[in-house]
Design a protein around this ligand. Sequence first.
Ligand code: PLP
Length: 479
Amino acid sequence: MTGDMDARAFREHGRAVIDRIADYLADPEAVSVLPALRPGAVRDALPPEAPASPEPFERILRDFDRLIVPNTTHWNHPGFFAYFATTGSAPGILAEALIAALNVNAMLWRTGPAQTELEEVTLGWLRAMIGLPASFHGVINDTASSSTLYALAAAREAADPEIRGRGMTDRDLPHFRVYCSEEAHSSVDKAVITLGIGSDNVVHLPTDDDFRIVPEVLRRAVRQDRARGFRPLAVVATVGTTGVTAIDPVPAIAEICRDEGLWLHVDASYGGSAAIVPELRHVLDGCDRADSLVVNPHKWLFVPIDCSAAYTRHPEIMRRAFSLTPEYLTTSAPDVTNLMDYGVSLGRRFRALKLWFVLRYFGRDGIVEALREHCRLAALFAGWVDDAPDFQRLAPVPFSVVAFRYAPPGEMNGERLDALNRAILERVNAAGDVFLSHTSVRGRYAIRLAIGNLRTREAHVGRAWDLLRSAAEAATAGA
Ligand code: PLP
């Protein structure tokens, strides 16, 4: 065997793969959303070494059916309500196959001309759909964590042009400070750690009753830090926090950033997509004044993981932070974008293709309809929680996530209530047809129901509610 699979075999196996995907998407509930599995079970079922001789493709597929599918947590299941629920939609899945077939590495324009230009065009479309001005330049990264890391690297570059050459140690440089809310995602802390700023220099601001940054608290913290000899660098505001999907007051924060000379990065990785819906456009109010913003089409825009859109009004600073061209990567093409200049990775997958397929296949109207439906289902569920005397909603529901807990009237103390809710969640998830996750709301254990799958219907949300109520009854009886 000295070559790849021939075309005849490819067609035959390709049909088998497409049939599997079609069956999977047509009946996603044929599998449990969460596998009942002990750690190490899959590893133990696999041979310790790669095969020495070729194996028939049918056998490989059989093992995929036997070992992988039943032992997978099914993010594409309509009963997946954990973390941020997502959809790897059919047009996105088909695009992934074509991406793999072309196997382009768009590090330079020359190594991926259509890929580089399609990325620019699709990010321009998305930018207009979410209402950002054309002054924002976008590239696609793997994840929001990378996008936020690069944004803060650009902020650091803007603050100290010598950072690239001289680094941060053994020089007269005050500690940088980065501000975000106590509800911000841990990717902010990770970025700060990676950039050598130090996690002690992330200031997690307390939030108001709706879990949002309080502008005056931010302003005071910045000024106090400056007076103490720190160097305030950047603010990360969040549109759709991980726990309860709070929306920080970006217009007021932008004002402070302007007054204090700070970089404003907006983490709209979940909530940003909602701005496509006309009546939710306001969630990105003030973001036109951000220095950078991330929105993840792989979170709530039906693009299979991974696809994170990173926008900035300062692409030249991003290039200053990251551009480095060894001789073997120089080209003579003038005035072209070389995507390798916008981050750490040299190699770039052709992620724009799946975004292009998804945006075209559903169209703006189809996307609006789907996002509205998710918000409707979340509001419906929130109403059930509100109407139940023994359940308590723990936060507003601006998008499609509900944070709540079982809290029967009576004496129960905080820790017992936390344990009870933990037990309820375990019992609900053990049933195998829904998967919910938890968070902490003001230090209390909270259950979260997140809606984001295109195949989720009212019946699935109803099933989650039924399971929660009967698990609450059972757990209380056993408590
Ligand atoms: N920001 C927020 C608000 C998130 O909720 C998450 C993950 O859920 C992230 C960033 C990190 O996303 P990614 O997995 O794309 O790095």
